[in-house]
Design a protein around this ligand. Structure first.
Ligand code: ADP
Ligand code: MG
Length: 529
């Protein structure tokens, strides 16, 4: 079983209050009882005093009948249980209760033992000491008050009289009053006190609970709810600071703790994101560099082979071309054979162009670097291709970055690369689409880039790894598969890079990055940030 803080607090406070109030009420009642008792004793004392003084004359006269009458009258007063007169030797001379007249009282009985501790009575005991409280046979609580009737000079001197002067006490007047009225009053007071105490306690408990709820429970609950939210990972909301006390302070430091946590988490997340993108970027760069290296090696070994073959084929091919051209122009040639002859010449010319491409590819002529402007070279390449019928329905969008610095490169070779890429783009779009050319400075400032984007057929994943290989083509009879491999060689010789991104059915973007100073960019770390 779990009790809330407030329940415990309210319980403890109520318990303390209950104890305090009950003790206070008990002391109160006891004091009141004492006071009322004293008053009752004084009343009884006064009554017996009055009886003795009013019967004084009749006593002297020895008119006992009148004395008894007067006592009987006094006995009818409200609250008086009985009044009796007891003689010196313990005989009840008169009583308002007729049946005990003439009986003897034991000196050790309750009515006498206040004065008669020994054989002789204590004459000077106070009215307080001469009183006694006891319960009668019918169950009422009563107060008894015994008063001595003294032998006065008038008494012993009276001629009629028989009291010798040596006797001090002639008898005792015993007044017994009921304490019922007093007890009833006390009971009523006690009941009232209990009711008031209970009401007061209830009121106190309600007020206490209300204030404790507002001052403690509500802010503590809020804090508790927030702690749970934090445990579940929510660091956004905060606790309202309502008071300037310790709880308010706690809420404030709780809020600042949440703020710090949030900040720390944000930093961690940011750091994680940054790290992830950095790793991704580096991995991509590494992959590109690796692919480039493999390609370079492949090209170098293929280059030698290709150069040898091309050189060997070039001479006989020239012979075939010369002789077939001569034959085709010979008037003695049968006109029926003319179309075949023309096919031979055309195909031989195609062979010659392939061989020329091969020689270009393998020649490895070192670039003749001069200061050039990338944008200018691109414009020249564009001028050479856009007039071809292939480009008639193609929209060319130029996004040149103005004011690019001059760069060191071989004008002709770079132009050839651009022509290759532009032609490939045109062919991919089959005469209809948008060609976007972008230039700019690579962040870091040591390299420039040119991107050629087309909206053509795109390159499949499978082909993407092969397009830079010599003789790889998807264009059947029309392609040599040398354009990209030659371009790759040229850019590599300039210390640059060539990259491709493509989505089948949407288009392709070729990006060329060239170092401004014409040096190998790997050493300068161009392309990174
Ligand atoms: N812009 C492009 N869009 C689609 N495919 C391309 C593009 N550029 C190159 N290719 C693909 O790369 C292959 C090789 O190109 P290339 O080396 O220029 O040889 P060729 O143009 O003679 O086929 C092409 O056959 C083509 O499949
Ligand atoms: Mg091509």
């Amino acid at each position: 079983m779990r009790f809330s803080l407030i329940t415990k607090l309210a319980f403890v406070i109520s318990l303390i209050l209950l104890t305090c109030m009950a003790s206070y009420a008990y002391i109160n009642i006891q004091t009141l009882k004492q006071l009322m008792l004293e008053e009752a004793i004084a009343d009884a004392d006064k009554l017996s005093e009055t009886i003795i003084s009013t019967t004084h004359y009749q006593m002297l006269e020895n008119d006992l009948q009148r004395v008894f009458m007067m006592i009987s009258e006094a006995g009818t007063q409200k609250g008086v249980e009985r009044i009796r007169m007891i003689s010196k030797d313990g005989k009840i001379v008169f009583s308002t209760k007729k049946d005990e007249i003439g009986t003897l009282i034991d000196k050790k009985a309750a009515a006498c033992n206040m004065c008669h501790t020994g054989s002789e009575p204590l004459l000077h005991t106070s009215s307080m000491n001469r009183s006694r409280i006891f319960t009668t046979a019918n169950g009422t609580e009563v107060l008894g008050m015994a008063k001595g009737i003294y032998n006065e000079p008038n008494c012993s001197a009276a001629e009629c009289h028989f009291h010798p002067a040596s006797v001090r006490i002639l008898g005792v007047l015993d007044v017994i009053v009921s304490l019922d009225a007093m007890n009833a009053q006390l009971n009523e007071y006690r009941n009232k006190t209990i009711v008031h105490t209970v009401l007061l306690l209830g009121l106190l408990a309600i007020t206490l609970t209300f204030f404790l709820m507002n001052l403690v429970t509500v802010p503590v609950r809020q804090l508790l709810a927030r702690t749970r939210m934090i445990a579940e990972g929510d660091l956004e909301s905060s606790v309202a600071v309502q008071s300037g006390d310790e709880l308010g302070e706690l809420a404030q430091s709780f809020n600042s703790m949440t703020d710090n946590l949030r900040q720390a988490r944000g930093e961690l997340e940011e750091w994680g994101r940054h790290l992830e993108s950095k790793v991704e970027e580096r991995t991509r760069e590494l992959k590109q560099m690796q692919a480039q290296l493999i390609r370079s090696e492949k090209l170098a070994s293929q280059g030698e082979l290709v150069a040898g073959i091309a050189h060997e084929i070039n001479n006989p091919l020239t012979g075939i071309l010369v002789y077939s051209s001569l034959l085709a122009s010979d008037p003695k040639l049968d006109p029926d054979l003319m179309p075949d002859m023309e096919t031979i010449v055309r195909e031989t010319e195609r062979c010659a162009s392939i061989v020329k491409g091969l020689l270009d590819f393998s020649r490895e002529t070192p670039p003749q670097k001069t200061p050039i402007l990338l944008e200018q070279v691109m414009e020249e390449a564009l001028n050479l291709v856009v007039h071809q019928s292939l480009f008639h329905d193609i929209t060319v969008v130029k996004q040149y970055t103005p004011g690019l610095p001059e760069m060191m490169a071989d004008h002709n070779q770079i132009e050839q690369v651009f022509i290759n890429l532009l032609l490939n783009a045109g062919q991919a779009m089959t005469g209809d689409g948008t060609l976007t050319i972008t230039t700019g400075l690579v962040p870091g400032g040591a390299s420039v880039y040119a991107a050629i984007r087309d909206t053509g057929c795109g390159i499949s994943e499978e082909h993407l790894g092969k397009i830079f290989d010599p003789f790889f083509t998807t264009k059947d009879q029309k392609g040599t598969g040398l354009g990209l491999s030659v371009s790759f060689g040229i850019i590599a010789n300039h210390g640059g890079r060539i990259g491709v991104e493509s989505t089948v059915g949407q288009g392709t973007t070729f990006t060329i990055i060239l170092p401004l100073m014409g040096e190998n960019e790997e050493h300068e770390g161009v392309g990174g940030d």
